[in-house]
Design a protein around this ligand. Structure first.
Ligand SMILES: Cc1cc2nc3c(=O)[nH]c(=O)nc-3n(C[C@H](O)[C@H](O)[C@H](O)COP(=O)(O)O)c2cc1C
Length: 212
């Protein structure tokens, strides 16, 4: 049910009660702030306070937004004010500058979760950790190797040209944002209609990036 469950605090209580009674796993939570509105989570946080959770990672949006529109930082602050648990911030960390802004806004947060920004730019976590905004000189050699490793591992695990193409297309939806012309890059991958043509497209994309 995803974020549709947030408005049903009793159901969440029942699930957590069962998990805590029937296992000794320390649960961590990952949630949005509601489905219809970001106040929904405020009815759940007091219940979560009664369980020994490891942490709560909050994607600072509501379900009906899907991935559109901005994150709601004021509503996220309300979550911080209304929970005793360790909170992780999640949502739209897409650059070192965006991270700095969020860090200034939420100085008490020391755990950050990155989703799409990490796939769009796999260098982002290490740049945030080192607090630098320059890419390594051989950025696209490293990226190329990373791509090839992912491709090889999935190719070995999946069977047939269609599943691997679909899997890689999912990556390229985000990878393409690291290249000068994201739309053109994504289209090129989309058009590649065989593993051979996929390989050619990838080589061309990285060659152009390395030479620019
Ligand atoms: C393609 C895709 C698949 C996702 N799958 C899951 C999932 O299975 N479980 C989950 O908790 N969140 C999932 N998410 C949400 C992300 O974990 C994250 O909360 C969201 O993308 C916001 O963070 P971001 O702005 O850093 O991407 C998914 C997001 C995307 C784009």
């Amino acid at each position: 049910m995803g974020s549709g469950l947030i408005s049903d605090a009793e159901k969440i209580n029942n699930i957590l009660h069962k998990v805590h009674n029937e296992s000794d796993i320390l649960v961590s939570m990952k949630m949005r702030m509601g489905y219809e509105n970001p106040e929904e989570i405020l009815g759940v946080l007091p219940i979560l306070d009664t369980y020994p959770l490891k942490n709560i990672a909050i994607h600072a949006r509501i379900g009906k937004q899907l991935y559109k529109g901005g994150t709601d930082l004021e509503a996220f602050q309300k979550c911080l004010n209304n929970s005793k648990h360790k909170m992780y911030y999640n949502g739209d960390i897409t650059s070192v500058a965006a991270f700095h802004k969020l860090q200034q806004r939420f100085p008490s947060i020391d755990h950050w979760m990155i989703g799409r920004g990490l796939i769009a730019d796999p260098f982002l976590p290490s740049m945030i950790k080192a607090d630098i905004s320059e890419y390594p000189k051989n950025r696209f050699d490293i990226f190329n190797e990373f791509h090839d490793r992912i491709y090889q591992e999935y190719d070995a695990a999946l069977s047939g040209p269609t599943p691997i193409k679909m899997k890689m297309l999912g990556f390229w939806e985000f990878f393409s944002q690291s290249f000068a012309n994201p739309q053109k890059t994504y289209k090129k991958i989309k058009k590649a209609n065989s593993p051979k043509n996929y390989g050619i497209a990838v080589r061309e994309i990285f060659k152009e990036a390395k030479n620019s």
